[in-house]
Design a protein around this ligand. Structure first.
Ligand code: ZN
Length: 163
């Protein structure tokens, strides 16, 4: 059911692009139900404007701007929207792209959708608890998965392991 709805949404986006409509990638997952939901006004209060743009409007932060790029302590990267743990520091790697990158998420932490914005077919990654946009998924990552979760640092927080 969810998958079908996403496919339909993708079709609508494709159509909008085809007829030259200016399409803004706002809240692409708004029709899905997530465990953590807030109204748009509440999200604006909870998040900084830059975080809101990424998490709720699928914006992309400028590369090499996130302090988390250089976060090399042991710990967990969590969703800046709902605090769900998303990535373990042991799966983080330096992709050279300027965005925090991971080769695997924590079990069940994230979901993906097809993103056709900007005339590209990409796989967008979102938090499975609040639906917040996190970044994109590519298949040119390192072993063992070969995947590259290219994340916006603005969408993440870091919790160092205390032990
Ligand atoms: Zn979240």
């Amino acid at each position: 059911m969810t998958r079908r709805r996403l496919l339909l949404a993708g079709g609508a986006v494709g159509l909008a692009a085809a007829v030259g409509t200016v399409w803004r990638p706002a809240a692409p997952l708004a029709d899905q139900s997530f465990a953590v939901t807030y109204t748009d006004a509440e999200w604006r209060k909870r998040l900084s404007p830059a975080q809101y743009a990424v998490l709720r409007e699928s914006d992309t932060e400028r590369p090499f701007t996130s302090p988390l790029l250089h976060e090399e302590r042991r710990g967990t990267f969590a969703c800046a929207g709902c605090d769900r743990d998303l990535f373990a520091s042991t799966t983080k790697f330096d992709s050279g792209t300027g965005w925090p990158s991971f080769w695997a998420p924590l079990e069940g932490a994230v979901g993906t959708t097809q993103d056709t914005s900007f005339g590209m077919l990409r796989t967008a990654v979102h938090c499975n608890r609040c639906g917040g946009h996190l970044g994109h998924l590519f298949d040119d990552g390192p072993k063992p998965t070969g995947l590259r979760y290219c994340m916006n640092g603005l969408a993440l927080g870091f919790k160092p392991t205390t032990a």
